[in-house]
Design a protein around this ligand. Structure first.
Ligand SMILES: Nc1nc2c(ncn2[C@@H]2O[C@H](COP(=O)(O)OP(=O)(O)OP(=O)(O)O)[C@@H](O)[C@H]2O)c(=O)[nH]1
Ligand SMILES: [Mg+2]
Length: 580
């Protein structure tokens, strides 16, 4: 696993010299750094260990004015290399850098007591003791960049710390925080940074956030050597053709498109070093970015950070809070929280159970949600998300809480009940009207307690019932019986349709109907006549029924429509299927 080591320590305590002694590389490359003899910005060098492993080394400045650069460098590291001048001992930035490293969750490292060539044995022992007390449980090595003393021991101690370094948390999608942007002749814009998670290879389509610029990776280098893919934990240089140098800056993130939210709020669990009151204004260091922010306290341990600039974060990220001095830090619980905070929600996020987090996110959404949408909240790494989704209800591509499914099912049952109880003869509801008109509606249908018949949904086993129209139906049937072959106007079209479905009447044109028995009788007479005479005219049919011309006409049209007869000129003949 690739690891990055970051120096830490007070100004002038010998960090850069030690890095040069270990790697052969002078990381103070800015003219002003060389002129003033101090480090200002971050420096990078590869460090080869005795066992052949290669670590990345980040050298940070010790000057108190450049602590922000130190934090930017330290956010990507796995191990610290705390440097303490043997004659000076621990000084303010020794403590502050150590605190920052701790706030960033970096547990392991090595302490180098430097410049031991310049002190007597007693001072040296004093410095070693002080360092052991300062960072208990960590190897403390006496070194000199001038004489080379202790360097082998230091390499061995770093190798041991690397063996013990924590695995990175569950693998997240690709995210690299940019620490430098420059232009190379013939190549174009190049950004460097530590790859926090995922991998980057030639041809990858990534997005630079928060600018939202889509980029394509032309080539990737790790420590000045081209590689096919760079892995999480490595120092990476990425060539991005087509991007202007001015489009990107330190603090930006190169991410898998859509994998991280971009927002102006962070809910965090605080780790204060000093009192951080509600309303405090301070700087939030996250990744290589620095955001001005206001603190909204939620309770004794939680706060919402309202940022002046957009942040690209994930749950579990660390932040450092500063205002001239380091005030504390925090662990991100929600990288894109709602404005309204809730202690219960934050405690649930802090417990970290994937199932509970998924259910909370789904219930906050209030409707079914696709996996991508949940992934983009960056509350869970992909494999955690899949584990969490197992407790949700799945409907095609959509996920919802069991409670929401219950609610939807209940709503549908009630709507169908109401419909059946009402005056409607047809207790069905058009399927399209069952659920809100949302993209997930179709996927949810199979989970509803309904029976589909055509375009309508019914309660399982539901049949049409006359209910309070039974009397009207009886009256109508009496009337039809009396009228016999003379069609009767039926005002209640729904009732007519219902009675026709039930085989109790036959609808003709113009809202007219005849009774079922009269219709059958008319049909029998028609078929008989046609069978004997071969055909029938309207006049002959009228005479057979002893009725008017119009009723005979309407009945014949219905027989045509039913496929009993076929018109040939002025006459009708039986269709083949009606014969015999
Ligand atoms: N005698 C002696 N002097 C050293 C040694 N290492 C560094 N120095 C002296 O300390 C000065 C500062 O060393 P740097 O390595 O630049 O210190 P630094 O910690 O990187 O300083 P900043 O980056 O500005 O915080 C050097 O210019 C040297 O004069 C050493 O091993 N022995
Ligand atoms: Mg330096």
């Amino acid at each position: 696993m690739p690891l990055t080591v970051g120096t830490a320590g007070h100004i002038d305590h010998g960090k850069t010299w030690l890095v040069r002694a270990l790697t052969g590389k002078d990381t103070d490359r800015l003219p002003e750094e060389q002129k003033r003899g101090i480090s200002i910005d971050l420096g990078y060098a590869p460090l080869d260990l005795p066992d052949g492993r290669r670590l990345s080394l980040v050298d940070v400045p010790g000057h108190e004015r450049f602590v922000r650069n130190m934090v930017a460098g330290a956010t990507g590291i796995d191990l610290f290399l705390l440097v303490v001048d043997a004659s000076e001992g621990a000084r303010p930035q020794t403590h502050e850098h150590l605190a920052i490293v701790r706030l960033l969750g970096i547990e392991r490292g090595v302490v180098a007591v430097t410049k031991v060539d310049a002190v007597d044995v007693e001072t040296r022992e004093l410095a070693l003791d002080e360092s052991r007390e300062l960072v208990p449980g960590t190897a403390v090595v006496a070194t000199s960049a001038r004489t080379g003393e202790g360097l082998e021991e230091l390499r061995a101690a770093l190798a041991e710390a690397a063996d013990l370094a924590e695995q990175r948390p569950a693998t997240r999608p690709t995210r690299l925080f940019v620490d430098r942007v420059f232009t190379l002749r013939g190549i174009g814009t190049v950004v460097t940074g530590t790859l926090w998670s995922g991998s980057i290879g030639e041809g990858d389509a990534l997005r630079a956030e928060p600018a939202g610029i889509d980029v394509r990776v032309r080539s990737v280098q790790v420590h000045d050597s081209p590689v096919e893919r760079a892995e999480a934990g490595q120092r990476v240089a990425v060539a991005l053709p087509g991007v202007e140098r001015g489009d990107l800056r330190r603090g930006d993130a190169l991410v898998e498109p859509g994998a991280y939210p971009v927002g102006y709020r962070l809910d965090v669990a605080l780790e204060p070093l000093e009192e951080i009151p509600d309303g405090a204004r301070l700087h939030v260091h996250h990744g290589t970015a620095e955001h001005f922010a206001r603190v909204v306290r939620v309770d004794a341990r939680h706060a919402q950070l309202r940022l002046a600039s957009p942040v690209v974060a994930a749950r579990g990220d660390r932040v450092v809070l500063r205002e001239r001095t380091t005030l504390g830090g925090g662990v991100v619980l929600d990288p894109a929280p709602p404005r309204r905070t809730s202690v219960d929600r934050l405690e649930l996020l802090e417990r970290g159970d994937p199932g509970s987090i998924v259910l909370a996110a789904l219930s906050a959404a209030g409707e079914p949600v696709r996996r991508e949408e949940l992934a983009r909240r960056a509350l869970l790494a992909p494999e955690e998300l899949d584990a969490g989704l197992a407790v949700a209800v799945r409907a095609g591509d959509w996920y919802l809480t069991p409670e929401l499914l219950e609610e939807l099912r209940y709503g549908v049952v009630r709507a169908l009940d109401e419909r059946a109880a009402g005056s409607q003869l047809d207790p069905g509801i058009p399927v399209a009207e069952l659920l809100p008109q949302r993209p997930w509606a179709a996927a949810l249908l199979p989970l509803l307690p309904i029976e589909r018949r055509g375009s309508k949904a019914y309660a399982p086993g539901a049949t049409a019932r006359l209910g309070d129209r039974a009397e009207a139906a009886e009256r109508l049937e009496d009337e039809l019986e009396k009228a016999r072959f003379t069609p009767v106007k039926v005002e209640d079209a729904e009732l007519a349709r219902y009675l026709e479905d039930a085989g109790r009447l036959v609808r003709l044109g113009d809202g007219l109907a005849v009774g079922a028995s009269a219709f059958e009788e008319a049909k029998r007479l028609l078929v008989e006549e046609c069978s004997q005479a071969g055909s029938i005219t309207l006049a002959r049919f009228r005479d057979l029924l002893a009725t008017g011309r119009k009723p005979a006409q309407l009945l014949l049209e219905r027989f045509d429509a039913d496929g009993v007869t076929r018109r040939v000129g002025d006459e009708r003949v039986l269709r083949r299927k009606a014969r015999a």
